[in-house]
Design a protein around this ligand. Structure first.
Ligand SMILES: *[C@@H]1O[C@H](CO)[C@@H](O)[C@H](O)[C@H]1NC(C)=O
Ligand SMILES: *[C@@H]1O[C@H](CO)[C@@H](O)[C@H](O)[C@H]1NC(C)=O
Ligand SMILES: *[C@@H]1O[C@H](CO)[C@@H](O)[C@H](O)[C@H]1NC(C)=O
Ligand SMILES: *[C@@H]1O[C@H](CO)[C@@H](O)[C@H](O)[C@H]1NC(C)=O
Ligand SMILES: *[C@@H]1O[C@H](CO)[C@@H](O)[C@H](O)[C@H]1NC(C)=O
Length: 340
């Protein structure tokens, strides 16, 4: 009997027969289901590398047996991570600790760097005031949203070549805290910094970035040549900030990679120039009082038109009468234009 067939076997024959194959197999092939599983948790027989300890009022992390790859500890009352709890969990790949009460001072030193196979670390909705670390260089996703993070050691993420996703929304980050933090993360595609205290766009971002969310901050100015350094950026959100027309350098948004741009809930009076490739543009709740087609098409012709599909202009001073008569030539693919 091969290891691959075990889950099916277990699903077909349950109960007493499980003991039978347990006895039959070398223990190392079986994973830690059953006898090694801490009593607080569940380790399903047909998914022996997973341990479910979520949503059961735990105040501590149970000892994690060897062989566990996926550990679910979300929605408990855990406030600390003691040294040693992961000592035998050398295979751990996903560690999910969302919605607990963890504070930095209660985390054992080297807790995470010992996890040499860790790919996902989720600690959303805890009480962290700075990110945890050091982190292993296998990490791919780091989620620390909705904490109280205001400090960020600039070397913490250095060398994490496979890190693709970082979520830091709903924290207390100011501009200076992030200086140099993301530099050199050559795999990073997704960065969420929304709902923080940023006054500027984050600097020194890797050119691999595809999604950048900086909405719900206090950004009042955009730097020159910013998007030229992010040639793969497709989704950009800067809604709910303090942008006015003069904060945006000419042609700032006219880059071919952007597909979606959210500038809603700012103080713009005119529509910034966007590239013909842009498909979704959100400008609701600004102070727009004119609709200039030149923002979308410099030239209009058989092969020169905007690819815009969705345009939101509601919550501005734009009525039906402000829509340009020749709009349909330029905005030929727009299936939805909302203006009041
Ligand atoms: C780790 O595994 C060893 C050998 O099975 C065992 O003696 C030890 O108690 C375990 N440690 C922890 C923290 O589980
Ligand atoms: C990074 O990802 C590549 C490709 O999946 C893999 O070969 C490599 O081992 C990973 N590096 C680390 C440090 O995990
Ligand atoms: C955007 O820039 C390109 C290249 O400079 C230019 O051809 C195009 O007309 C510009 N788009 C708009 C809407 O001004
Ligand atoms: C407009 O279309 C022509 C082909 O008809 C093309 O050569 C030219 O580059 C286009 N101009 C812009 C600004 O896209
Ligand atoms: C709204 O736009 C009209 C012109 O279309 C202008 O006369 C009016 O002053 C604008 N109102 C505000 C509040 O900007």
């Amino acid at each position: 009997m091969s290891l691959l067939r075990l889950p099916l076997f277990a699903a077909l024959l349950s109960g007493i027969l499980c003991q039978y194959y347990y006895y039959d197999e070398p223990a190392s092939l079986l994973g830690p289901s059953g006898p090694n599983c801490p009593e607080e948790c569940d380790c399903p027989v047909n998914f022996p590398s997973a341990m479910y300890c979520d949503n059961r009022k735990l105040k501590y992390i149970p000892i994690v047996p060897s062989g566990i790859k996926y550990l679910y500890l979300q929605r408990n009352q855990i406030d600390s991570i003691k040294n040693g709890v992961f000592d035998n969990a050398t295979e751990l790949s996903w560690l999910i600790l969302d919605e607990n009460q963890i504070v930095n001072s209660n985390i054992g030193k080297k807790t995470f760097s010992k996890l040499k196979k860790l790919e996902r670390l989720y600690m959303n909705n805890n009480k962290l005031t700075e990110p945890v670390g050091p982190l292993p260089n296998t990490l791919q996703e780091l989620k620390l949203a909705n904490n109280e993070i205001s400090k960020f050691p600039s070397s913490l993420l250095k060398g994490l070549q496979n890190l693709t996703v970082i979520q830091l929304q709903e924290n207390n980050l100011q501009d200076d805290a992030l200086a140099g933090v993301f530099q050199g993360l050559n795999s990073l595609t997704y960065l969420d910094l929304s709902t923080n205290k940023l006054k500027r766009m984050p600097q020194d971002l890797p050119s691999s970035l595809e999604m950048l969310y900086a909405d719900h901050n206090e950004i009042s100015k955009l730097p020159d040549n910013y998007l030229q350094k992010l040639p793969k950026l497709q989704y950009l959100r800067i809604s709910h900030n303090q942008l006015v027309d003069s904060s945006i350098p000419a042609d700032f948004f006219n880059v071919t990679s952007l597909i979606e741009l959210d500038l809603s809930f700012n103080k713009l009076q005119s529509i910034p120039v966007v590239n013909e490739n842009l498909e979704n543009l959100y400008l609701q709740v600004n102070k727009l009082n004119k609709f200039d087609l030149a923002s979308f098409c410099k030239i209009t012709g058989p092969l020169n038109f905007s690819k815009l599909k969705h345009l939101r202009l509601d919550g501005n001073n734009i009525t039906h009468n402000d829509l340009p008569v020749d709009m349909s030539n330029c905005l030929r693919q727009a299936s939805e234009v909302i203006y009041e």
